[in-house]
Design a protein. Sequence first.
Lengths: 273, 398
Amino acid sequence: MAGRRRGAGPPFAPARLGLPRWLWLPALLGGAFVLLPLVAMVVRIHWSDFPALITSQASIQALLLSLRTAVASMVLCVVFGVPMAVVLARTEFRGQSIVRSLVLLPLVLPPVVSGMALLYTFGRRGLLGHTLDVLGLSVSFTTAAVVMAQTFVALPFLVISLEGALRSAGRRYDVVAATLGARPTTVFRRVTLPLVLPGLLSGAVLAFARCLGEFGATITFAGSLQGTTRTMPIQIYLSNASSDPDSAVALAMVLVVVAVLVIGLARQGRSAV
Amino acid sequence: MSAVPDTGAVSDPPAHLPYLHVQAVVPERDVNLRLDVAAGETVAILGPNGAGKSTLLAVLAGLIRSEGANGSPGVVLGGRTLDGVPPHARGVALLAQEPLLFPHLSALENVAFSPRARGVRRPQARAQARRYLEAVGVAELGRRKPAQLSGGQAQRVAIARALAAQPQLLLLDEPMAALDVAVTPALRQTLRNVLTDQTALIVTHEVLDALLLADRVVVIDRGRIVEDGPTHQVLTTPRSTFAAQLAGLNLVAGTWDGEAVRAAAGLRVAGLVEPDERLATGDQVAALFRPSAVSIFTEAPGGSPRNHVEVTVADLEPLGDRVRVRARNDRPGADDSEREAAGGVPLAADVTPAAVAELGLVPGSRVTFAVKATEVSVYPTTGTFKRPTTQNQAASDR
């Protein structure tokens, strides 16, 4: 959909309109600022030790844990985030703007604070901790806690991107579908969702990427148990701090490659829609 | 029903209720419309912008809430009260100016959407869709996505999609307004075919739509119905200025003074009273005459039996080998509000381009319009703007 008009541009190249030349300087500086640290990291890597460093048990456990929990969190974000976005975009109620701000709060909250908030809610001494204990559920310092922490911080990314897509899609197609005899569920499944699929995909990718990089909320709420809650970013941080920077930088490189792959796949998926 | 296959048979409503009865009361838009429509009837809804036409359609489709008057039902369709019934359960399909085909579905899937939504299995739904696409003349375009269709093709698919919903009532909101003029005649013919037995309301600005598609014309102005009658009757003896303008006729409404129609701003028009009509002094009447019967003079013709009125030329429009001169009978220099207060009547005259040049007509020219009394027909308008339309009448009007 987004790609439909691609190639049907005006007969002249829009670039010939020209940009203000001074624009190039800050643009190039900004680009260098983003890229140079990556180059520095690549330079720093000891390529001879690289295979051994990234195939150590701790590394592989951390990578697999990160991928597993990020996928699970992304699924949870979709399951809860899609209905949230639809309610925010398609209904009007009193205090809606306040609700929206609160839902998006984790976006601006320091992740450590998010982790503390989760701890005070679901931790053993938290608001729901006792109830969970009685039910035989203890989540803090488990893999489930990792997924919860990641979902908490990544959910707003999906909600905000999908809500925007829903708003720009408008309700006109929904109205047509309804007058053609489609029940609200049918309209949602066959018209509303397909129309915002690109927005949903990019929201899900954003959420996944955010989950993969999650550190502060996870280490605060879930701790750092190898194989259970020690995700890639935590492993990297610990290695770097514990005088094993070679291993840290190698793992960081792996994380960069995974992130680039995800973004590339998502782009391909989008243009195919 | 020859052109469209498989339209759901609708059980006859109770005899005392019309097939469609609507009382649309929307106070916040100052709309209060009451309309009865017979089964199979096609009604053209005409009126100036903002008159309440789209509000009427939205009420019928269930998109905006309307209160019936005094607790009586707002919308009754086929014996079923639709108040509070959500849009998907009303059996009312809406075709808008833009086709609004679902962009992610092929043309065929778009048309099959409604049968699928009703629970028809995919192969049967597709077979139905193919028949409807055929009925609107685009059978070969089923596999295309909406982005690969021209505007006219897309609107045809949208018509097929609306018909595939087998609606008890089809609403068309200026279905050809957004299309290239080159494709509208063929599309109008298609609509004429598929609307034959379909109960439908069509909002339009085109007199041709009313003539070719509708059995009956309803004129809405400022949220009220000002005229309602068989198409040919409304267009040949209009009661409202809007309908007269649409029909390309001059209408002067006023009171009968025993010899002529006396309108506001000192305008007085003598004419031939329609046979069968008996007029009493003080009756509300209309004087109707064709623009081609109007002559233009730069000075008032003295001692002539013609009706004449001083006017200000508003604009000139080429019309085939003629030029239509539009004017108002107002005092020079009057502003809009004064004109309104004086009841300035819009009048039109059709003259040759040579006459325009000879008279030196430009917008703003002060001239005299004259028309022979024998060219003017006079008929009463009181109490008759709402003519009862039986289905038989409607059928014979086609």
